[in-house]
Design a protein around this ligand. Sequence first.
Ligand code: NAD
Length: 693
Amino acid sequence: MSDAVSYSVRDGIAVIALNNPPVNGLGSVLRPGIMDGIRKAGADPAVKALVIIGSAKAFSGGADIREFNTPKMNVPPSLPEINEAQDQCVKPMIAAIGGFALGGGLELALGCHYRVALSKSQLGLPEVKLGLLPGSGGTQRLPRVIGAAQGIQMMTTGNPVAAEKALQLGLVDEIVQGDLLEGAIAFAKKQANPRRIRDLTVNVEGDPKAFFEKARAEVARASRGFPAPLEIVACVEAAATRPFDEGRQFERERFAFLVEGKESKALRHMFFAERQVAKIPDVPEDTPTREITRAAVIGAGTMGGGIAMNFANAGIPVLMMDVTQEAVDRGFKKIKDNYASTVSKGRLKQEEMDKRISLIRTTTTLEEAKDADIVIEAVFERMDVKQDMFRKLDAIMKPGAILATNTSTLDVNAIAEITKRPQDVIGTHFFSPANVMRLLEVVRGAKTAKDVLATTMKLGKTLKKVPVVSGVCDGFIGNRMVEKYGQQSLFLIDEGCSPAQVDAAAYRWGMAMGPLAMGDMAGLDISWEIRKRRYVERPNFVYSKIADRLCEQGRYGQKTGKGWYKYNLPDRKPIPDPEVDALIGKYRAENKITTRSISDDEIVERLIYALVNEAAYILEEGIALRASDIDMVYLAGYGFPHYRGGPMFYADTVGLKNVLNSILRFQAGYQGSVWKPAPLLVKLADEGRKFNG
Ligand code: NAD
């Protein structure tokens, strides 16, 4: 028996205890021990029943990710072999679930005949989030326990259920109060017979044919071309309509199909990219960090309010400052309304809302921020306003405080240099709505101290963000790229597309929304302001003026009820507007643009390769540390479809030579001069290499 699994017998009950911290991953050290335990218990006439138990924190988190892509993955027995031994066991077998049972962990528990859990436990099959399906009988056993509809729901969303819910579903047979092992042993003593899950039938509501047709239609709508959820439905159908062994065989085949698919590869890339993103080559992981127990946010506008909520959500007291009492009150009211709406949706308890609100204090006196460990400035996007603010902060903040700016485009170094402590200055670029969006670009200035960077990255995690390091440049990683994407979306309209056509092509490809609808949501006046600045700063800047025309008509997007679309507010559904078509028509005529019909494929290529090409410059300049960081920016902040793995990963799957060839073709087209292939893209394409790896 391995050290990671202990075996003992108490009152005729065999106890197989798993001990492979941190999550009891079902690695090569656990699997043989579990198998030995099952065999030993089966052979011992004194043993009446078995209990498999993990730690209080984790029954098991499933496969051991530390062994991915190593020979250890193939050390026998496999989980399916253990499941078979569980099925063959003629003594009742009970899973005692503390903490979580996820993925292979829940499949191990489903191999048991009964399950008991602590009330705080979570049970789930999240494989779909990696583009896969539960490959060790999960799709066959779970529906036999909780029915087809609930099984499909749990496996296609991948979201875990809490123990109480699992009890209602029948996934858990008893919730243990007090000591889990004692409870499980007591439960085991009451079970006279084994109950193999494979012998149960799947409960399907109504006529199976009609049920699965409906399920397929619903899941297809929600999953938009992403294959794993539909494969899960097919496996559940097999569970309901075929003998167990045939269903298992079908599951095995569909799993093998998905593992090789580009969607799953993209999602697995994302999984590892998210773990990689915290690593900064010249800042060791053990770099000491500064303590953050109090925060201050300057500016109570759109961003300031959202940022303050992040601190309150994490239990960190925060002061929110603005110039007038009216601005402070407006900002604070918005925060309260925001929380109240979450409470009304049942996603937050009233006491929790009150607790969070009590952590937010407001003021109109900047000096009150002086004792904060970090101050985040979110005032107007103007260099003079920001520099003035940092001069003041430099004078009042205690030594060692971190001075952060939420600027989206301005030079963080120029802001830092106005202070006597540029080493303490950093950019924290949150995304709107700041209390919702997971992305946080952490902008490292030329003089930012390593411990300031390490502290801010750690804080990002505490605030439940995905912090990505960016160097200083206009727009940082995400917005610098999105500008090229927006530029192409306008050229496509110049050339003959309608806004709805461009958006529909991007949406069908997988973007959360198309570029024009996104502009309407963010406010067209914001990008107009940026363009106006560019027209002055960079006279050679090439941009379609069509968006300016809209803004000149007061069409700022959703906030004015009109933008690229019209809106029947408060309904935010975009409605194509003949007035916009007329404006576009007039613009094309004035500029003597010959229109043509453009395919959806070309629309998508031009939008996505515009991102990719700019990203290649960003990587080459060292603004981003690695290609996968750029992918994380787009996955966490820009609604990029997860199953495409981010712009860089997607370009790798298309092949960089193909991407380059398309770009060279675009050079000969409308406004082709904006397409300047990045030297890094050319080099990698020539060498047959990839951005990632
Ligand atoms: P906003 O106009 O909604 O809020 C700015 C607030 O700052 C206002 O309430 C204003 O009264 C206050 N303010 C101005 N000068 C001040 C001063 N001297 N002292 C104290 N308060 C002052 O703007 P916003 O959208 O919240 O943007 C704030 C910053 O965040 C900008 O730098 C912007 O570029 C950046 N940002 C915005 C977004 C976005 O989508 N809105 C996203 C990322 C970053």
